[in-house]
Design a binder for this molecule. Sequence first.
Ligand code: NDP
Length: 245
Amino acid sequence: MKDAAKVVAITGASSGIGEATARRLAADGHHVFLGARRTDRLDALTRVITAAGGSAAYRRLDVTVAADMESFVTAARERFGRVDVMVNNAGVMPLSPLHALRVDEWDRTIDVNVRGVLYGIAAALPVMRAQGGGHFVNIASVGAYEVSPTAAVYCASKFAVRALSEGLRQESRGGDIRVTLVSPGVTESELADGIGDPDAREAMKAYRAVALPASAIAAAIAHAVSQPPEVDVNEITVRPSASAR
Ligand code: NDP
């Protein structure tokens, strides 16, 4: 084990970056508590991690339901005694041009990507403050820094995650709460599978041709989590070296 064992709650742990983060942090010796809606995936991942000697448990979680998030964090604390790190990772990306008026998808993007992160903060912050410290790792995107066609709502949601993370960081000085914003470029996952708009879906094929493995983002998260208490890694952006975006 490289680091002192921490209790790490991870939202959206059933695929992609969340799954890779669970595998990596468990391999580093941490206790991982996994949340998502697809519990069959969480169950399988928990079995793989524990079979390899790691420490993992899971609970079904819909991040758009505040009470669900509260129960998720409570369950993590009951299972492992505390919550040291909250990885607000769950996200959706149903891209489309604004004129397509896919309003339901706008709502879902805001509900998962923004409200989900806020609910994660609401559930974990009191626990961390009561136990004398904690660490939020919020997953944004390169879309938290720049906007492109079909991605206005998604980028707005990720700009919001960046603003929330910075606000939380500023309010937490002296309070032993660390905040890390991790912004991936294109990364292998199931994220683009949720694009319903046919034009946006087609455009994404070229855009996503060069992609990082999800383990690269997990490694960035592991770096931030492994820092000593006096070191607060605030922002990490990770892009494929072969891509300008
Ligand atoms: P995936 O689609 O593979 O994973 C998304 C995860 O979010 C799944 O585990 C899914 O679980 C979960 N999720 C979605 N909706 C909900 C919900 N309502 N409640 C709980 N969990 C939910 O994509 P990624 O791994 O790529 O996405 C992870 C994060 O990385 C997202 O925030 C995304 O925006 C960000 N990102 C990804 C990039 C990429 O290129 N892959 C680039 C930049 C940022 P389930 O469906 O089982 O609930």
